[in-house]
Each structure stands twice: as C-alpha cells, then as structure tokens.
Design a protein around this ligand. Structure first.
Ligand SMILES: *[C@@H]1O[C@H](CO)[C@@H](O)[C@H](O)[C@H]1NC(C)=O
Ligand SMILES: *[C@@H]1O[C@H](CO)[C@@H](O)[C@H](O)[C@H]1NC(C)=O
Ligand SMILES: *[C@@H]1O[C@H](CO)[C@@H](O)[C@H](O)[C@H]1NC(C)=O
Ligand SMILES: *[C@@H]1O[C@H](CO)[C@@H](O)[C@H](O)[C@H]1NC(C)=O
Ligand SMILES: *[C@@H]1O[C@H](CO)[C@@H](O)[C@H](O)[C@H]1NC(C)=O
Length: 399
C-alpha cells in the first residue's frame, strides 16, 4: 500500500516534469462542453466512462483514450477503440483474464504507441491477446496479479510487440510463496523476441533469486534494468550478456555485501568504454570486513555509483545505520589467514632445528645434568614449603 502511494507520487512528479517539454502547451483545461464531447467521442461501448480526445500527452499532441477507474469487467470496449488512438489508458478495471484479440481482429489502430493497462487485476494473458500492436513502444502492466503458472500465461504473450521499447512490470505478478519468477520471465523473453527493448521495470516483485541466470540474455538492446524494491542479495544473473547496459537499479534489496566476482563483472562494462550507473542505496549492508572489497572498489571503479550518500551498513546486531567505512584492522586478519610466506617457513624450520639440537645436547649430558639439577629442585621444594608455612602463620596472626 505504502509502495503504491509512493509510486503514484513519483508518477505525479514525472508528470509535473513533463511541463518542461516545449512543443505543446497546457491547454488541457476542458470546458464542460469539451469533456462531454470527449466522452461521447469514444462511442457507446465505452458507456460514457472514458475520454477520447486529442490532448497534450507527454509533451506532444496525441489522441488519447482515457479510461481511468472505470471498473469495466471485460475488454470489450477495446474492440471498438477509435482508429486514430495513439495512447490508451485503461486502468482501474477488473479484468482477470485477457481473451484473444482484445483490440479486435482487424489491424485498425496503426498509430497506437502507448498501452497503459496497469492496476486491472489481470491474472491471465492468453497468447493471442495482443494482436495488431506492431507500433506500440511502451506497455505497462504494473500492479496486476499475473500468474506465474505457464499454463495461464502464454510465453509468447509479448511476441507481437515488435517495436516495444519499454516494458513496465512493477508489482505485476501474483503475491504469495517464493516463486520462480526468473524462469517464467526467461520463457517469456526467450519466446517474445523483444529485440528493441531498452527499458525493463521489475520493481516490487519480491524477487530473491534468479535460478535461471540468463534470464535477461534475450534482450540484446537493454539499457536500463530496474530491479529496485526486491529481495536480491547477489548479482545472481548474467550481466555479461547485456552488452549495452547503462543503468542497473538495485536499491532497496537485500544485499549485505557484494561478492568480488560481481565487482569484476561490473568492471568489465567500464572496459568496454561504457558509462554504466548502478544504484545500491538502501540495502542492509553488514558493517564487517566483508564489505572492504566493495568499499575499495568504489574508490577506483569507473562505474558511477549513484546515491552514494544513501549507502549505509547495519552495525553488528544493532540496528543503527552507519556510513560505510573501510575496516583497517581487517588487513592483519587476512594476512594471518593467508598462506605462510617464504620467510615464515624458514624461521619455523630454524626453530625446529634449534629445539632438536637442545634436546640432543640434554640427552647426551643427562648424567651430568641429573647430578646438578636434583639438589636445585630439592632446595626449591624446601623454600616453597617454608613460604606456605609462613603465609599460614601470617593469616593466623591476622585473626
Ligand atoms: C485520465 O483521466 C483521469 C480521470 O478520469 C485523470 O485524473 C487523468 O489525469 C487523465 N489522464 C490523462 C493523461 O489525461
Ligand atoms: C476504422 O478502420 C477500419 C479498418 O480499417 C474501417 O473498416 C473502419 O471504417 C474505420 N472506422 C472509422 C470510424 O473510420
Ligand atoms: C534477507 O537476508 C537475510 C539474511 O541475510 C534473510 O534472513 C532474510 O530472510 C532476507 N529477506 C528476504 C525478504 O529475503
Ligand atoms: C553469460 O552470457 C554470456 C554471453 O551470452 C555467455 O557467454 C556466458 O556463458 C553466460 N554465463 C553463464 C554463467 O551462463
Ligand atoms: C572511449 O571513449 C572515448 C570518449 O568517449 C573515446 O575518445 C575513445 O576513443 C573510446 N575508446 C574506445 C576503445 O572505444
């Protein structure tokens, strides 16, 4: 819930920033009359609940069909989408299952560029649901309940989106037990050929692990991978195949440390002359020696680490967050654990030889030593006896 509010807030901010676009002014203040005509323009199937008109959307005049919080229980209205639709907003409905050909069987809407079908309680998408979407560049299915069962969601669901640049799947999957989301995603990406895709949003999906490490390898043009607000604790997916990666968002996950091999993988991007940004803020890093390689890496890497000031570690056992700091005393511990060096071996050998020589000497001289040592031991024994008697006396006097 909190996440959703945060999300809407962020979308709002993005919307506000749209004002920066110079090429269409803000004449979206419809009079009562124009709102009414925008409603009627959609046609009877939309039941007077939507607005269909040319408005300023994301800085451009576009023909937008806007059905927000319309609570439709089927996609039937979409079969009658106006031919010139460029942006479709169809959110706040109760759809459960997307049947075949939600936009009808004719190729009528060649101008369609954006489909926002977020927050529709969609569980199943049949393989033939999206047809005639060859020019769509952005698809949002945020905040749905997509089943991970491949029986319900056909792996070829996105195969007709041949021009897709952005896919938004924030909190798009069903909640519940730990699931193998990676395998489902891999199946989908493998079968859908999203060759143009540059942005993928997978935030808030409780992803803790990618069992199939090549999950993103069928997205050859991916620039921005958003995995924030998940439960990941390692980079257990193959990054080497994302040749064009530009931004990797891992904020608000479950990283306690970063493995050295993962740091090496990240550095390979820098070698390819790519400017790559990573965001690891708000992870529960552990303030221990194991964080040292990461801290050292940050000082010298060419990767841009975003929100460095939000990198904190949890102090052992306590919950107080501290700034990451290199632990100096870890060095000695590491060297103690490291294999002995040449000089250590030499010193050990010499000591052993010395001990051996002393033992031999003692053995050879044992007769002489016996004679000399026994009287010494005797005298020591006597002295000990005297001292103990003396201390007992002293105590008795004290009483
Ligand atoms: C769509 O309509 C809703 C209200 O019905 C409105 O809040 C929202 O701003 C509209 N979206 C656009 C892009 O015009
Ligand atoms: C929309 O396109 C279809 C197919 O091209 C055509 O049959 C139909 O008449 C068009 N509708 C309008 C209102 O132009
Ligand atoms: C985060 O990691 C800790 C161990 O480091 C684990 O106990 C916990 O269950 C993880 N949390 C989630 C939500 O996966
Ligand atoms: C990662 O992807 C690269 C390039 O596609 C491939 O050569 C490599 O074998 C993959 N690594 C793993 C662990 O699958
Ligand atoms: C790396 O990028 C810099 C500037 O962006 C360019 O001058 C240089 O030639 C590039 N090097 C390689 C190996 O591509």
């Amino acid at each position: 819930m909190k996440m959703k509010i945060l999300w809407s807030l962020m979308s709002l901010i993005t919307l506000c920033r749209m004002e920066d676009f110079p090429d269409c002014n803000h004449d979206n203040w419809h009079s009562l009359e124009t709102t009414e005509s925008a409603r009627l323009e959609c046609g009877p199937e939309f039941k007077n609940l939507c607005y269909c008109s040319r408005i300023c959307y994301e800085g451009k005049h576009q023909y937008v069909v806007n059905c927000t919080d319309t609570k439709f229980t089927s996609t039937l209205p979409l079969e009658n989408l106006p031919n010139k639709t460029q942006v479709l907003i169809f959110t706040g409905n109760i759809l459960q299952k997307l049947p075949w050909n939600i936009f009808g069987t004719l190729d009528r809407i060649p101008s369609l560029r954006v489909i926002d079908m977020s927050n529709n309680k969609i569980r199943e998408i049949s393989g033939k649901a999206y047809h005639h979407v060859k020019n769509v560049q952005r698809l949002s299915l945020d905040f749905n309940e997509l089943s991970l069962d491949t029986q319900s969601n056909h792996p070829r669901v996105f195969s007709n989106f041949i021009s897709l640049l952005e896919l938004h799947l924030t909190d798009a999957f069903e909640d519940g037990q730990p699931r193998d989301i990676a395998e489902t995603l891999h199946e989908i990406f493998f079968n859908s050929h999203l060759d143009q895709l540059i942005k993928l949003h997978l935030e808030q999906n409780e992803i803790s692990d990618f069992k199939d490490s090549n999950v993103f390898c069928n997205l050859p043009n991916l620039l921005d991978l958003h995995l924030g607000d998940n439960d990941l604790n390692a980079l257990n997916f193959n990054l080497s195949c994302l040749h064009k990666l530009r931004f990797l968002d891992l904020q608000h996950n479950n990283f306690t440390k970063i493995l050295e091999q993962d740091l090496k993988t990240l550095d390979t991007f820098a070698k390819h002359n790519q400017s790559v940004t990573i965001d690891l803020s708000n992870n529960p890093f552990d303030c221990s020696c194991e964080l040292n390689p990461f801290i050292k890496w940050m000082k010298k890497t060419k990767i841009f680490v975003r929100n460095k000031n939000l990198l904190k570690c949890n102090d052992n056992g306590h919950n107080n967050k501290k700034d990451l700091q290199e632990k100096k005393n870890c060095v000695s511990r590491v060297s103690m654990l490291s294999p002995p060096s040449g000089s250590t071996i030499a010193i050990t050998m010499l000591s052993l030889i010395l001990v051996g020589l002393i033992c031999t000497l003692v053995y050879l001289q044992r007769e002489d030593l016996n004679k000399k040592i026994i009287p010494v031991i005797d005298s020591v024994n006597k002295r000990v006896r005297y001292t103990s008697i003396l201390t007992v006396d002293a105590r008795e006097n004290d009483v």
